[in-house]
Design a protein around this ligand. Structure first.
Ligand code: NI
Length: 265
């Protein structure tokens, strides 16, 4: 598989879950903007191949893991990011839930989901958009939700893009991230206000905002339930002392961005 095929498939899967992404693209295109993707974010369970299994299809087309390791203690997540040698390609941000840190009950549910994985499923070249390979009941979903929004999201959606991210630096008709946010709000999009609409500051070298996830119907053991799906993120990067744009992530900001899929939001 080629990198363009991977990114095209990811985008198609993503917009199928979040109609707002297509609408935002159309609004920006109408202003003459050409959108550059800063990063694509994916989620997984550590006991379902973890970061390595999701990264493999990207490493096969040249993506390289950066040294940085991120830990989100409250959410019990680890994360890393990958860069492609071609700087025009989006970065890849993958997080994994450390399931052994959850309650025994939650672990048993997740283990029962992962036990349904067909043989060699985690080696699929299309794993990042393969979808949900397990049956999940509403009771399982709600038990996980009470303990970890992230666990519940993975149980309901499986292997899907969690968000794409517009690189605000590449926009030409907005002075800054507040101007873009105001434009989105004026067009009736709801932004994630957890920790403030803008996460991070210029001194962090990264400012981020995001929409709240659209709700979509999801089948849970034959029952259709409306659940928060995936969201759109906006990132403005600032140069480091050496003049290069900061390429990494800011854990305190990302911690709040994760809440864009909160069911209670
Ligand atoms: Ni992100």
């Amino acid at each position: 598989m080629k990198i363009d095929e991977i990114l095209t498939a990811l985008w198609a899967d993503y917009v199928s879950l979040t109609p707002q992404a297509d609408k935002i693209h159309a609004l920006l295109a109408a202003r003459g903007e050409a959108i550059v993707n800063d990063h694509v974010a994916l989620r997984t369970f550590d006991c379902a191949g973890g970061l390595a299994a999701l990264a493999a299809p990207f490493e096969a087309v040249g993506y390289v893991c950066a040294a940085d390791r991120y830990r989100f203690a409250d959410k019990k997540l680890n994360a890393r990011y990958w860069k492609h040698p071609d700087p025009a390609r989006p970065k890849l941000f993958i997080s994994e839930l450390c399931t052994r840190e959850l309650s025994t009950g939650a672990q048993q549910i997740i283990d029962a989901l992962v036990a349904q994985l067909p043989a060699a499923y985690l080696q699929r070249a299309d794993l990042p958009w393969a979808g949900r390979p397990w049956a999940c009941t509403r009771a399982q979903y709600e038990t996980l939700l009470a303990e970890s929004e992230y666990a519940a999201w993975m149980a309901a959606f499986g292997f899907r893009v969690n968000h794409f991210t517009v690189l605000v630096n590449a926009l030409t008709t907005f002075a800054d991230l507040p101007a873009l946010n105001a434009f989105l709000i004026a067009h009736s999009f709801t932004l994630n206000a957890a920790g403030g609409v803008i996460k991070g500051t210029p001194s962090d070298h990264l400012e981020q905002s995001s929409t709240l996830a659209d709700r979509v119907p999801v089948e849970l053991a034959g029952e259709m339930v409306s659940l928060p799906s995936v969201y759109y993120e906006f990132a403005k990067r600032y140069p480091l002392a050496n003049g290069e744009l900061f390429a990494g992530f800011v854990p305190t900001s990302a911690d709040k961005i994760f809440e864009s899929t909160n069911a209670k939001a």
